[in-house]
Design a protein around this ligand. Structure first.
Ligand code: NAP
Length: 557
């Protein structure tokens, strides 16, 4: 029989981002002996790290914030429809301070290893500061995009100027006025940073390998009166987010693409192009996600909009993707991005034609020529979804390593548990409902579900919970099957595990990373599992009371 009093904590949450903050709030409310370990110097996760100019939501701010506290909703004023990184980080700090959550958090604590101690039914965590901490349950709140992948060019060390990945943007201001700046990469991050800095630098050179489809964010301020209206409607807004596939207010147009005339389609697209946020993607006809012909027609519409915005027709054509249609990769939202290329101080280098050969002491050398630079910004993406897990030496029962198990791609139960890794929970893990939806909405779903599972365990005095292999296989088959109807299965995108900077992540071999069935279907699935007494999870252990803060005991309710 295992002894609960042996562990330092009942629960250790890894990561103090959006998920970790909400998770510790719920554990604190339950009075559970829990802590959060965060590798960075402070809380905020993605909004702590991504300090590059132009970093902002492309979820409507008021659908991104936490929904759990009416008081919080009533107090916070979002200043913009799509709020910027400094405000987002202030918000997360406000939440942590309001609910007094900092006292549960330990910063600069990188978890290097987590090994399951079978005999004692404990997780043993090795921390970068030399400590070993033990706990009954580990909750991985480590983010989906928290391991940046800079390119592997020759000569990177020789460059005498400054070079950094957008995720590692310095905390002190970066002086860019009059400087020769390069941005490598034109995904959601590159598109934001390029548009923001073009008029603030001396010269900007954009190194583009593949263009991305992108459309206007149509951001704007939120007045006091508008915020008051939003506050009055929060219940309705969150209810709507729960009903839509993406977890946004945006709902697909339910008319059939081919049932309406071309004129009607274009009229809708004209409206959507001028609408805020992901409307252009998520209020569109459903066929653009599944039907090549419908997707091609819409893509050509967006291509025309790009042509109208870029003066030089040669540059315009270079900015139009040829290898994929609109929306099959995650759509970056932009603010005056295409107009940037009308500026005299901005140059587009097509590195699909003249690839980068190496970095030199003074800049970047392509097969065509040398570019002299002061600052190089790598907006080259992330080891997405499983990368953060792979960076921790996670060893489950029977000495199995998670990174070995997931070598060819993840397999999970509901995106929240893994067979062979007892008592390890992932509220927004691979194949969960978070990555493909409005992230915090998915996070709240996952954290609530994991917390209810823990309550179920504690109320019954179990010490061990583990997904069965059969349940995991069923879930993974379900997730895999849903890719088959989606055009995105062919995309060179992090949704399918592509990353040119990571060996083994070349295009062509799909990793089934995200749940494509939409938020309502995901929630219905996980709720059904809970209603059936957590069918698919095996529990064991004897009735031992949980340790709480102080000497109180957890009582079954
Ligand atoms: P990304 O979408 O993976 O884009 C990376 C870009 O870098 C691509 O254009 C890629 O080109 C290029 N690249 C990568 N390695 C390269 C190399 N060695 N040489 C030249 N070019 C290279 O990454 P991201 O832009 O950081 O966005 C990732 C995700 O973060 C987004 O999809 C989104 O979910 C999230 N994000 C969200 C927000 C927001 O909410 N507002 C903002 C930014 C990011 P290839 O395509 O040719 O590989």
């Amino acid at each position: 029989m295992s002894d609960r009093t042996k562990s330092d904590y009942e629960v250790i949450v890894i990561g103090a981002g959006v998920a970790g903050i909400y998770q510790i709030k719920l554990l604190a409310d339950l009075g559970v002996n829990a802590t959060v370990l965060e590798a960075a110097g402070d809380l905020g996760g993605t909004w702590y790290a991504n300090r590059y100019p132009g970093a902002r939501f492309d979820s409507e701010s008021y659908t991104y914030g936490f929904s759990f506290s009416k008081e919080l909703l009533d107090e916070w004023h979002w200043s913009e429809r799509f709020s910027g990184q400094p405000e987002n980080l202030r918000y997360l700090n406000y939440v942590a301070d309001k609910f007094d959550l900092r006292k549960y958090m330990q910063f600069n604590c990188k978890v290097e290893a987590a090994h399951f101690d079978e005999a004692n039914e404990l997780w043993r965590l090795k921390i970068s500061d030399g400590r070993e901490l033990t706990c009954r349950f580990v909750i991985m709140a480590i983010g989906l995009l928290s391991i940046p992948t800079p390119p592997q060019y020759k000569g990177i060390e020789s460059f005498k100027g400054r070079a950094f990945h957008t995720f590692n943007w310095p905390h002190e201001p970066v002086e860019m006025a009059g400087k020769k700046v390069a941005v490598v990469g034109t995904g959601a991050t590159g598109i934001q940073v390029i548009a923001e800095i073009a008029d603030k630098v001396g010269e900007l050179t954009v190194f583009q390998r593949r263009p991305n489809w992108s459309a206007p964010l149509n951001n704007g301020p939120i007045s006091e009166a508008e915020m008051a209206d939003l506050r009055a409607r929060y219940g309705e807004i969150f209810a709507k987010c729960a009903r839509t596939p993406g977890g946004f207010e945006h709902e697909p147009d339910r008319r059939g693409f081919y049932e309406v005339s071309r004129e009607e389609r274009v009229a809708l697209w004209d409206r959507l192009y001028d609408s805020p946020g992901f409307a252009i993607w998520l209020r569109n006809f459903r066929e653009i996600f599944t039907d090549e012909k419908a997707n091609a027609e819409f893509s050509e519409y967006v291509a025309d909009r790009i042509r109208r915005r870029v003066k030089d027709p040669v540059i315009a054509e270079k900015l139009i993707p040829r290898d994929h249609g609109f929306g099959v990769q995650r759509v970056p939202m932009e603010t005056h991005y295409f107009e940037v290329y009308n500026r005299d101080n901005v140059r587009l280098v097509d590195i699909s034609e003249t690839p980068i050969e190496r970095l030199t002491e003074t800049g970047i050398r392509t097969t065509d020529r040398d570019y002299d630079l002061d600052i190089i910004v790598f907006a080259t993406g992330f080891d997405a979804i499983t990368g953060p897990f792979d960076r921790i030496d996670i060893e489950g029962a029977a000495g199995v390593k998670l990174r070995d198990k997931w070598f060819d791609g993840p397999s999970t139960f509901l995106g929240m548990l893994v067979e062979g890794f007892p008592n390890l929970l992932m509220p927004s893990g691979p194949q969960s409902g978070s990555a493909s939806t409005n992230y915090p909405r998915g996070i709240e779903t996952g954290v609530n579900w994991c917390t209810n599972l823990l309550k179920y365990i504690w109320e019954r005095g179990y010490t061990r919970a583990e997904a069965t292999l059969a349940a995991q296989q069923r879930w993974t088959e379900h997730v895999t099957k849903m890719y088959s109807s989606m055009l995105m299965r062919k995309a060179k995108s992090w949704f399918t595990g592509y990353n040119s900077n990571l060996p083994g992540h070349e295009h062509g071999k799909i990793r089934y990373f995200v749940y494509n069935g939409g938020a309502p279907k995901y929630v219905s699935n996980i709720n059904q599992v809970a209603e059936k007494g957590y069918e698919g999870i095996v529990f064991s252990g004897s009735a031992m009371p949980i340790r709480r803060h102080g000497t109180e005991r957890f009582k079954a309710r």
